[in-house]
Design a protein around this ligand. Sequence first.
Ligand code: FES
Length: 374
Amino acid sequence: MENLVPKARQIEFHRLKLAKKQELTKNTFSLEFEIPSELASQYDFEAGQYITLKFESEGKIIQKDFSMTSAPFEKVITLGIKINSEESFANTLFQNLKVGDEVEVSEPRGRFTLIAKPHEFRTIVAFAGGIGITPILSHLKNILRTEHRTRLFLFYGNRTKKEVAFKQELEELVQKYPDRLEIHYFYSQEKVGNGLFEGRLDAKKVALIINQILQLDDTDEESTIWDAVDAVLICGKGEMIKSIANACYHHGILKKNIHFELFEEFNEDIYPIEKEFPLINDISVDFKLFNNEYSTTLKDNKIKLLQQLLIQKFPVPYSCKSGICGSCECILEEGEVELLENEYLTTKEEASGRILACMSVVLSKKIKVNFDLN
Ligand code: FES
């Protein structure tokens, strides 16, 4: 996953011992770290969270975030890592780390999490692209173990069958929980004899999935399991997330119930702005972030504030980019914005000037915001 800056929190690292290293496919591998009992509370994580590895390579200290595939009850930190090229950090890790080595591992964090509802009958649908399976696997294991009434559907896209990471672990889960977990695999570069399972996971595929896989009544296209979906989890590349999240939204799932985790830098809005605003050009923005003062100019207000600052490479905190998680919360100290959607701030917080940068369209020539909330 990409580097995100957590809101108002320093990253704490500890040295953890590598207990297992395993090659999963030609270009993916897993690492498992032990959690010593004296650090148990610091590594008390939620399904869907990630850690940062700090590692020295050729005299340089490199930090990179990786989602955990382990579930909280497993009491270990397991990562699934993809090697994109020989020169990549992932390959350096794969080549150099040995079982027994101690590595600097940050305490877990991240907001790709779900509130546990062990007493409810829930239906959760997940979409994973490639190594985006990692936090989804953590969720699957956690929910199957702790929510005995929840059923899960996973739609997992890869280029070819050989590239499916964690296939064995996923199939073991299906065998263990056959009534509550259903997994369907999709391949963008391999023919499998059924067009439904060939091609990318995108908006068109979501429509087919609803009408063909989640269908309950052959004679009625409207009668699908989709009508019962409580939450959607999506993890993969930005384009895939954007396409699937919008498809889910247009098929009736509330945005607050669509959770996603980006696995690469993606500065586009996930959901398009659906309202028209007067065009304002050359907007001057002053902002405070981690005790630094910044000044910049936005070309216009066609794109929301957070995305504009990210495009300019400012390290602004964010996670969901859809007004749900609160990572991009800041105080509007001067100027005017319209907050398009908000599932996070209370009415009182909004009245006191708090805004969410990811959902804010600037409506004045100059604004001043402060991301340092504490
Ligand atoms: S990034 Fe989640 S509310 Fe803005």
